[in-house]
Design a protein around this ligand. Sequence first.
Ligand code: CAA
Length: 379
Amino acid sequence: MDFKLTEEQELIKQAARDFAQNELLPGVIERDENQQFPKDQVKKMGELGFLGMMVDPKYGGSGLDTLSYVLVMEELSKIDASSSVIVSVNNSLVCWGMETFGTEAQKEKYLHKLATGEMIGAFCLSEPEAGSDATSQKTTAIDMGDHYVLNGTKNWITNGGTAGVYLVIAQTDKEKKHRGINALIVEKGMEGFEIGPKENKLGIRGSDTHSLIFNDVKVPKENRIGEDGFGFKFAMKTLAGGRIGIAAQALGIAAGAYELALKYSQERKAFGTEISNHQAIAFKLADMHTQIQAARLLVYQAAKDKDNGENYDLSGAMAKLYASQVAMDTAVEAVQIHGGNGFVKEYHVERLMRDAKITQIYEGTSEIQKIVISRAILK
Ligand code: CAA
């Protein structure tokens, strides 16, 4: 498999790298500390086309391939994973889901705004008792003829407070189990739709995570995505691509932590020489470098599979499983290489370590990825 980047992909990667250095790095520590949503940065990312990267230009998107998207995700995540998760959810889950399965009217009404960052989207599947076990939806969308009535609670929703549009998964017909689930487009401000408290998180603290409460929210039938009962398949298909975005985020966190550790180890002296000259540190760097490159190949493979129209359930799950483990391991080692400084916020690696953890949890825990992988290889 040839992963040589085209000239255009190299330029996109460089643009994301420059943006991360110039626009995300300043204030990243304060945004993390204060749980501050990167409002201005999101606006600029919209202007640069990062929020609708794979969307057709006729809907305001950049019309790029998945590989370009993961290159951008990697570069943004090296510096600020709070910002990159906003990019990932908006691109992979909301824009892709709507463009692939939405009606022309839905795309005209919402997609242009989502792709340009005029508003951002949220994907609402998880519930207090339906995280990994996603078919156990308690939120209901009762069919009332020309509309649905939505009731229930969603949890841990990225962009929960800041989104303008929410793709909400809910049970319409309990008898039909997962085949009785629908995906509905809910707008902020619809009567009965309430945004719950903001979560106080370990990592990605600049991103905006809320619970959502639906009390008899009237959602017009034309806001349903796909046929009646398509909602669970919609969620699974959308998440399969979402996992490639999160794998790229994990890769970026690992690469960011590694770059900082490499630089630090060549500056910091102990026992009369730079610490990189000690085998104890050099071998850590060797492991980190090797694992990051292996993760990168898995992430690129999954992106290529998607771009080539091949099935990417397995390659996306493998990329996420492995890259998230590498993110965690690399960030922990980067803190270790920094010693006491690694424990201090201004050196950035402690934040990357906290941010890495969520990549093993959201869009399917590592255990869920192993279910997907083992089912694919055993079937
Ligand atoms: N593509 C299409 N259809 C799929 C599919 C896929 N990748 N995976 C499953 N399905 C379909 C199956 O074909 C089946 O449909 P039929 O019976 O009609 O054939 C249906 O879905 C149910 O499948 P399973 O019997 O395999 O269901 P299961 O209960 O065993 O669960 C699971 C499968 C993979 C464990 C799934 O529940 C799952 O992925 N769980 C994790 C959920 C998750 O990722 N949550 C993340 C929340 S979103 C988030 O984090 C976003 C954020 O804000 C960052």
